[in-house]
Design a protein around this ligand. Structure first.
Ligand code: MG
Length: 252
């Protein structure tokens, strides 16, 4: 996998795809309610994206059966939408989705509260979202990938949260997953590539209220925290430009 540099026209097309994903995510957040199955939520997302003339980027990706990855509480990522799985008041639910339009993909995620949630859960959401914002602020021309990784890691570990290491952000374009990888932690001596104008990357902290360790579920997809603690996930797709980071998955 190599890094692709997008032209101005490419970036305009990617912004259109990203806006659809951002709006689908906003709609998902507005739709979440106790008693709803994750399959119902997935259908709302699917129908919205298709209604925009786009295609859900995750549907069929590596064989994934849903339009969105929907992960509840201690599930970190890759939860499969299910007609048997109901959201309950007090849950937190991560919705990760993308839309393909004009040959380009988009990718965004947020973790939503279902009804009233605990102060502990709310703090986790706040920290993970703020870590994403700290990472985005470092996504500027001539910075290194490690500047983003370090900002996310420092924000979370200094507050006692576990930073998931097995999954990370990535470049995006005509493929959902392109180079470079954008880890949420720093490896000493490895600063990663220098960011250039025209690169588009997904920054996506996956943060655990407890320890960082994960476990893979038997369904072959869902990844959970090993200690059973809550996990949150926020993601934006960001273009590197001479004018600073541009959030491609902004719904507005
Ligand atoms: Mg992603």
């Amino acid at each position: 996998m190599s890094i692709t540099i997008k032209s101005k026209t490419d970036l305009m097309k990617m912004r259109e795809a990203g806006r659809i994903a951002g709006r689908a995510l906003q709609l998902a957040g507005q739709s979440v309610r106790p008693g709803m199955t994750t399959k119902e939520l997935d259908k709302i997302i699917h129908d919205y994206i298709v209604g925009c003339g786009a295609y859900p980027s995750f549907l069929g990706l590596y064989g994934f059966p849903g339009s969105a990855c929907i992960s509840i509480n201690d599930e970190i990522i890759h939860g499969i939408p299910s007609a048997k799985r109901k959201l309950q008041a007090g849950d937190i639910v991560s919705v990760d989705l993308g839309a393909q339009l004009n040959g380009f993909h988009s990718d965004t995620c947020a973790t939503f509260a279902v009804g009233k949630i605990s102060a502990e859960a709310q703090a986790l959401l706040d920290v993970t979202k703020a870590a994403l914002e700290a990472g985005i602020a470092k996504a500027v021309v001539d910075a290194r990938v490690s500047d983003i990784s370090g900002a996310v890691e420092e924000y979370c570990t200094s507050r006692g949260y576990g930073v998931v290491r097995e999954y990370c952000g990535h470049g995006i374009g005509r493929e959902v997953h392109e180079a470079p990888e954008i880890p949420n932690y720093v490896t000493p001596g490895r600063n990663g590539v220098k960011l250039q104008a025209g690169m588009v990357i997904c920054i996506e902290p996956m943060i655990n209220a407890g320890k960082a360790a994960i476990r893979q579920c038997k369904d072959g997809w869902t990844v959970r925290t090993r200690d059973g603690s809550l996990s949150a996930h926020f993601e934006h797709e960001v273009a590197i430009t001479p004018d600073g980071p541009v959030i491609m998955t902004d719904p507005n």
